[in-house]
Design a protein around this ligand. Structure first.
Ligand SMILES: *Cc1c(COP(=O)(O)O)cnc(C)c1O
Length: 378
């Protein structure tokens, strides 16, 4: 008899495919015995971290800070976020990265005989948190490759049609990773107004601070109108604090209270709380990062036009480029040259690579390497 312990794991867990992270620099350098490699694989900030956050950390690094548990309620950080966003601290849920918040939402609202709806090519964490709790992932088809402004982007009309009585969560990334496509205020507001009241709508705004479009929505304004709306943001991207793991949700106090019940008591550590509070006020670093990213996006778009590579127009801090059928071989060859990007086969985008926007020199290094490897116009 086959009594392997594997068989006794929950079905949702047995069917899970683990998240595939970007390859860490140390791993590549250890494997190949090389140096000076460049990671453009996880949408980290190429300018590093907010200097104000760094300074706060340096003064806080004491034995006492290490020895004591963090403030489990994150009072200071919640207050700082609430002041900045003009919401109340009762509306905020802190997480160990916004990934943690997405997980809390799934554990609060999903389970057996419920489903979550999200788009094809949406962020890979949505199916993970959904299936882990035994719920069904209902995938809605994305815009086609020929779409004029958002190829492979979320099609909200298609998504609306997928929502059923047992759909309890809808995940929308705006802008989306790995496509970099975005939804304007009017389109998104219309969608939200049509979603049933018993369905929680999660708008994942991990790249919020990078978007400079006049039509990009201020979703926090809608929280009063839609008590089933949750907006998530993170300190991992523009604030440059990915290693500390801190993100948050803004919602109705009712939803925040529910999420708080399943939250680990000390899910955000003291250093993350402190650094995030400092980074939140570092407008200089945020605007510098934003400008650098705009320039980098332009640099990549021009390169794609020069070499005739198809790319998905992006408003985030990465660009997804079609490099052809041998994308995996190209990924491997870039690794040999010390350049780490993100292959997208796990998103069924086998001919694409997702490349984070770096500094001008980093972008050029990657563009030059790629121009030697991509065979023909894509
Ligand atoms: C990077 C990213 C996140 C944030 O991850 P953290 O857990 O906050 O580091 C969330 N959503 C999307 C779409 C992302 O790309």
């Amino acid at each position: 008899m086959d009594d392997k312990i594997w068989r006794y794991a929950m079905k949702g867990v047995r069917d899970l495919q683990p998240y595939i992270p970007g390859k860490p620099i140390e791993t590549l350098e250890r494997e190949l015995g090389i140096r000076d490699s460049l990671k453009l694989a996880s949408n980290e900030n190429p300018l590093g971290a907010s200097p104000q956050a760094l300074e706060a950390l340096q003064t806080a690094l004491t034995p006492t800070m290490l020895a004591l548990y963090p403030d489990g309620n994150g009072f200071m950080l919640k207050q700082a976020i609430a002041d900045k966003l003009k919401v109340t601290p009762e509306q905020i849920t802190l997480g160990n990265g916004s990934n943690d918040v997405l997980d809390l939402i799934a554990r609060t609202f999903l389970g057996d005989r419920r489903d979550a709806v999200f788009s094809q090519y949406a962020f890979a964490v949505y199916p993970l948190v959904t299936k882990a709790v035994g719920a069904k992932a209902h995938i809605s088809r994305a815009h086609p490759a020929s779409h004029p402004t958002a190829p492979y982007g979320h099609d909200l009309h298609a998504m609306l049609q997928q929502i059923r009585g047992y759909t309890h969560v809808v995940f929308i990334a705006n802008p989306n990773n790995p496509t970099g496509t975005w939804l304007d205020a009017e389109t998104l507001d219309y969608f939200i107004s049509r979603v049933p009241k018993h369905t929680v709508i999660v708008i994942d705004e991990a790249y919020f601070e990078y978007v400079a479009h006049a039509d990009y929505p201020n979703t926090l304004q809608w929280l009063e109108r839609y008590p089933n709306l949750v907006v998530t943001r993170t300190f991992s991207k523009i604030y440059g604090l990915a290693s500390l793991r801190v993100g948050y949700a803004v919602s109705s106090p009712e939803i925040a209270d529910l999420l708080n019940r399943v939250r680990q008591p000390f899910n955000v550590n003291s250093f993350a709380l402190l650094a995030a509070s400092a980074a939140l006020h570092d407008d200089t670093f945020v605007s510098q990062s934003c400008r650098s990213n705009q320039a980098g996006l332009k640099q990549w778009e021009q390169a794609c036009q020069t070499y005739q590579w198809f790319y998905i127009p992006s408003v985030a801090n990465f660009i997804t480029v079609k490099v052809g059928e041998n994308a995996d071989a190209i990924y491997q060859q870039l690794l040999q040259q010390g350049i780490i990007v993100r292959p997208l086969a796990n998103y069924q985008m086998n001919e694409f690579l997702r490349i984070s926007i770096g500094t001008q020199e980093q972008n050029q290094r990657c563009i030059d390497a790629l121009s030697q490897l991509v065979q023909k116009p894509c």
